[in-house]
Design a protein around this ligand. Structure first.
Ligand code: HEC
Length: 104
C-alpha cells in the first residue's frame, strides 16, 4: 500500500506537468484572425442622406433642410452651426452630410 503511493505521486506530478505544458502549447497554436486591412476600416461608407434623415430631425423637420439650397461652403457652415447647437455628428459624418446636401 505504502510503496504504491510513493509510485503514484511522481506519476501524478508528471501528469500535471504535461497537462500544464500542453495547456501552454495550445495557446501558442491558437490561430489569430487577420485584421481587416486598414483601407477597409478607413473607407467606411457613410450615407449622407440617411444621416440627414436621422440626425437633422431632432430639432426641426426635414422641410427646413429641403427648402434650403446652398453650395458646399454654405452647407459646411450650416452643418457646423447645427453641430454647435447640438447636432450629433462626427467629423466624417459632417463631411458625408455636406457632400450629400450640396449635390442633391
Ligand atoms: C440641436 C438642434 C438642431 C439640430 C440637430 C439640427 N438643427 Fe438645423 N436648426 C436648428 C435651429 C435652432 C435652427 C434655427 C436657427 C438658425 O438658423 O440658426 C436651425 C435652422 C436650420 C436651417 C435654416 C437656417 C439656415 O441656416 O439655412 C437649416 C437649413 C438647417 N437647420 C439644417 C440642418 C441640418 C442639415 C441638420 C443636420 C446636419 C440640422 N439642421 C440639425 C437646430 C438644429
Amino acid at each position: 500500500m505504502r510503496s504504491r503511493n510513493r509510485m503514484l505521486l511522481p506519476l501524478l506530478a508528471l501528469m500535471l506537468a504535461v497537462a500544464a505544458l500542453s495547456g501552454c502549447g495550445s495557446d501558442t497554436t491558437t490561430t489569430i484572425e487577420p485584421l481587416p486591412n486598414e483601407g477597409e476600416i478607413g473607407r467606411q461608407i457613410l450615407d449622407g442622406e440617411a444621416l440627414v434623415a436621422e440626425r437633422c430631425i431632432v430639432c426641426h423637420d426635414l422641410q427646413r433642410v429641403d427648402e434650403t439650397s446652398y453650395d458646399a461652403v454654405g452647407w459646411e457652415a450650416t452643418v457646423e452651426r447645427m453641430a454647435d447647437k447640438g447636432a450629433q455628428l462626427t467629423e466624417d459624418e459632417k463631411s458625408a452630410v455636406v457632400e450629400y446636401l450640396s449635390n442633391r
